[in-house]
Design a binder for this molecule. Structure first.
Ligand code: PMV
Length: 370
């Protein structure tokens, strides 16, 4: 599949200034993507739940560029402040998209972006941020050229573009649950974009909560980009990729059947496997912290006492995600408040749940005046 299209160029004096705005959520991987090759292609398939409240709200302002240059003309404001670092990252992303969207060189952009979760919460924002931008870009294509044939074509293209910004972002364009990476267990799946698996989800999983316990809000010491790179020399990489592909197939069966126990077993093993891969990389490193393990052990004790189906997962960091169905929300929230918040920085946690996916929003006209 290629979206390269040298025909997508503009007659710039016909372009009126405008803006497009999308809110896109984060997602939590149930079976993890860890290791990539080629042009941001995954070494194994992955499957995730899309979240609801943890999201990025991005407005892409555009106008015809006065003088054509080689690079991308873009400034970025994060929560109202100009950010050179995020701006540079976004220019690199747009540069990478030039074979698909050659018109990106012909416009000047201002990106206004903000997260729904507190900055420095230690929550990865690349999935929500890159998917919000990708959705803005496909809407921009539609505004300047032809509409895409249908919603599926729109979302597939947004997922493809998001993947080039951050692999896991490819999954955020779909509500409920998504698979990224080619697997026989999911028809239509691809390494180049994610696909929705919302339609297979058993009703119990549609009610799932994801409470994110903020064990530490510091920046991680090793970025995901570096972590993926270290997988190339990791001696456990080949069996890991095979295991992940088997687990995606198993997890899809579980999501369909509504088996919350088996769900928890795969989920927790995936979290620990991800961190074991970090510990067995060269150079080796750890991102979990003592309180990460305290939370996990206390949770296991609670589970054996109550039998409630509440299970943990981890992202590439020390924070713990607790996943459970709505039917046990009241006692689980009480348990979190009483027994787990002491392990969280400033006693903070974010209450989230499986969400419906991105939303296009009205442009806020007060920001247009700036
Ligand atoms: O999308 P990246 O490059 O930030 O990698 C994310 C990898 C994990 O979050 C650890 C797992 C996943 O599949 O989301």
């Amino acid at each position: 599949m290629t979206y390269e299209n040298s025909g997508l160029t503009l007659v710039t004096d016909e372009v009126s200034p405008g803006a497009i705005r999308w809110r896109s959520p984060s997602n939590i991987a149930l079976v993890k993507y860890w290791g990539k090759h080629g042009d941001q292609l995954p070494q194994n398939a992955s499957v995730s739940f899309t979240l609801d409240s943890a999201a990025t709200d991005t407005t892409l302002h555009y106008q015809a560029r006065e003088r054509l240059g080689d690079g991308i003309d873009l400034t970025l404001y994060f929560e109202g402040e100009e950010r050179q670092d995020f701006g540079a990252r976004t220019r690199t992303f747009f540069q990478r998209l030039l074979p698909v969207y050659p018109f990106l060189r012909q416009l000047s952009f201002r990106v206004d972006t903000q997260n729904s979760f507190p900055h420095s919460a230690g929550i990865a924002s690349s999935a929500s941020g890159m998917s919000a931008l990708a959705l803005c870009l496909v809407s921009l294509e539609e505004a300047l050229f032809e509409p895409l044939p249908d919603r599926e074509a729109f979302l597939t293209k947004a997922s493809y573009l998001a993947r080039l910004g951050s692999g896991s972002a490819s999954r955020s364009v779909y509500g409920s649950a998504a698979v990224w990476g080619k697997t026989d267990a999911c028809s239509g799946s691809s390494d180049e974009h994610a696909v929705s698996v919302a339609d297979i989800l058993h009703p119990v999983f549609q009610t799932y909560h994801d409470d994110i316990l903020l064990v530490s809000r510091s920046e991680k010491s090793v970025s995901s980009r570096a972590g993926h790179g270290l997988m190339e020399q990791n001696p456990y990489a080949p069996p890991r990729y095979a295991q992940a592909n088997r687990r995606v197939a198993e997890m899809l069966g579980v999501l369909k059947e509504g088996d919350t126990e088996k769900f928890g077993q795969i989920l927790e093993s995936e979290a620990l496997t991800l961190h074991a891969l970090m510990m067995s990389s060269q150079p080796y490193y750890t991102l979990i912290e003592p309180n990460t393990l305290h939370v996990i052990q206390r949770l296991q004790q609670y589970r054996s006492e109550t039998g409630h189906p509440v299970h943990f997962t981890l992202d590439a960091g020390p924070n713990v995600h607790l996943l459970y169905p709505d039917s046990v929300a009241e006692p689980v929230k009480g348990f979190i408040r009483e027994h787990l918040l002491p392990y969280c920085e400033d006693r903070l946690y974010l209450a989230d749940r499986v969400g419906k996916g991105p939303q296009q929003l009205e442009v806020n006209t007060t920001t247009l005046a700036r």
